[in-house]
Design a protein around this ligand. Structure first.
Ligand SMILES: *Cc1c(COP(=O)(O)O)cnc(C)c1O
Length: 366
């Protein structure tokens, strides 16, 4: 509240004010990201990626079908053909083998999603992107403060590995400001163009830095910068990110411990953290044996005032996609989507509430 009030009293609450700059510096200097630009959402950051890559009708982009709609929509808006990949049922991330299956001479980019904040197999993915000259976008909406551990044992922060990474600060994520996002540009060749796209296609950012004396329309763009009031909220979150992530991770571990006996008894499948990944407490999920059991578990929990949910629905079977593309079949994605349950997980959730939830799940399976 103090930061929001400070932003308001400073008389500058439009974009690129004091708090926007502080947040961007925090990403670049404290967290080691490349050039970072706050945006109004992760969706907008993904739309910026499609504009930055100058995606044209007929260009092809590979991404998992098991994802939120934003990445697919952002590239489809530019006329790209979306080639949906299947996931690895162990970690629900894109199966790198799918890239070789789907790549064509018209493929321009690959979008990966670190589902639930757990890293994709980045070494293989980066190798394939180099081999096929694909731009790599990390949809890191769920991956704030999570890592990939490479074959030398080095911990690499997710969002530092792609040409671009996109973050979301929507209130359902780890670090929030209501609605907001960021575009990280790790490939410096795109920095100047990104500033122009974000400022309605103009070079106004250069004017603000005193590099030019008037600004003009330079390229296609839009209005992607958030109000400094949102950035003020976000800055306080960033200053406290370790406390937030630690608590969320504690809740994740509590769920995992309390549900392991059910997995051992063969009743459910729990997330399995690969050697190359870490967790950030973004989301706790489990898999039921089939859809009918999943739906009755959700109903059982709802009757106990527990709001567990399932998503995503596969994008390759979504109404928009089947109206525009031939039918495709992605077996693991379809199976996982019909069996997944996501449990409540937020900073304020108390241990006894977590135990009430896990007791209820145990009761259901008895
Ligand atoms: C939440 C989410 C988005 C969209 O984020 P917004 O900031 O709401 O636009 C995109 N991708 C993934 C993986 C998400 O979880």
């Amino acid at each position: 509240m103090a930061y929001i009030s400070d932003a308001v009293q400073s008389g500058k609450i439009s974009g690129d004010g004091k708090y926007t700059k502080l947040c961007q510096q925090f990403f670049e200097q404290n967290l080691g990201f490349g050039k970072t630009l706050l945006t109004t959402s992760c969706t907008d950051a993904l739309e910026m990626c499609a504009l930055l890559l100058n995606i044209q009708p007929g260009d092809r982009v590979i991404m998992p079908s098991f994802n939120f709609v934003s990445a697919a929509n952002a590239f489809a808006l530019r006329g790209a053909i979306i080639d949906f990949a299947d996931i690895d049922p162990e970690n629900l991330n894109i199966d790198p083998k799918e890239i070789e299956r789907l790549v064509t001479p018209a493929t321009r980019a690959l979008v990966v999603v670190h589902y639930g904040g757990m890293a994709c197999e980045m070494e293989q993915i980066i190798h394939l992107c180099k081999k096929h000259q694909l731009a790599l976008v990390e949809d890191a909406a769920l991956a704030f403060d999570s890592y990939y551990i490479n074959s030398n044992g080095d911990k690499q922060r997710l969002g530092t590995l792609g040409d671009f990474a996109t973050f979301s600060f929507h209130e359902t994520k780890n670090i929030i400001c209501g609605e907001g996002g960021a575009l990280v540009i790790n490939n410096p060749a795109y920095i100047e163009k990104a500033e122009i796209i974000r400022e309605k296609g103009t070079d106004r950012s250069k004017l603000f830095r005193g590099e030019i004396d008037k600004y003009t329309w330079q390229a296609l763009g839009s209005s992607f910068l958030p109000s400094d009031i949102n950035a003020a909220y976000l800055y306080a979150q960033l200053e406290n990110y370790k406390v937030i992530i630690n608590r969320r991770t504690e809740i994740w571990n509590l769920y995992n411990q309390a549900l392991l006996p059910l997995q051992n008894a063969g009743k459910v499948k729990l997330p399995n953290i690969p050697d190359y990944a870490t967790i950030n407490g973004q989301m706790y999920w489990l898999l039921c044996n089939d859809e009918q059991q999943r739906d009755s578990l959700l109903k059982f929990l709802k009757d106990k005032q527990i709001r567990a949910v399932f998503h995503y629905l596969p994008l390759h079977t979504s109404p928009w996609f089947i109206n525009n593309y031939p039918l495709t079949n992605l077996g693991f994605t379809e199976s996982i989507c019909s069996r997944i349950v996501r449990l409540p997980l937020y900073y304020e959730l108390e241990n006894e509430q977590v135990l009430y939830i896990t007791d209820s799940i145990n009761e259901f399976f008895k």
